[in-house]
Design a protein around this ligand. Structure first.
Ligand code: FES
Length: 104
């Protein structure tokens, strides 16, 4: 189990405890205030877009080129944008904080 801190689209911060071994998206899509994740993690829809907390941004593996390509097409893209389906939810990221990006 590990904790994921989630800031929803209303700016409210939540702490979610979930099993590890999932993608961050899989944790978020179970939440009422979470993400749609329409493509199911195939890196093609960007409905799992989040902003990683600055403290964590450099601690995650860098995005692969297909993730980066999709992110940079988004109107709400920022330097710390990530697709949550491409982030492993492991014990190493216990306490990771993400903010759910606005709908496109
Ligand atoms: S769930 Fe579709 S890109 Fe992440």
């Amino acid at each position: 189990m590990a904790v994921l801190k989630v800031v929803d689209r209303d700016g409210v911060e939540h702490e979610v405890e979930s099993q590890t071994g999932l993608k961050v998206m899989e944790v978020l899509r179970e939440l009422d205030y979470g993400v749609a994740a329409i493509c199911g993690g195939m890196c093609s829809c960007a409905t799992c877009h989040v902003y990683v907390d600055p403290e964590w941004a450099s601690r995650l593996p860098a995005p692969m080129s297909d993730e980066k390509d999709l992110l940079t097409e988004l109107s709400h893209y920022e330097a710390r944008s990530r697709l949550s389906c491409q982030i492993d939810f492991t014990p190493a990221v216990d306490g990771l904080k993400v903010t759910i990006a606005p709908d496109e």
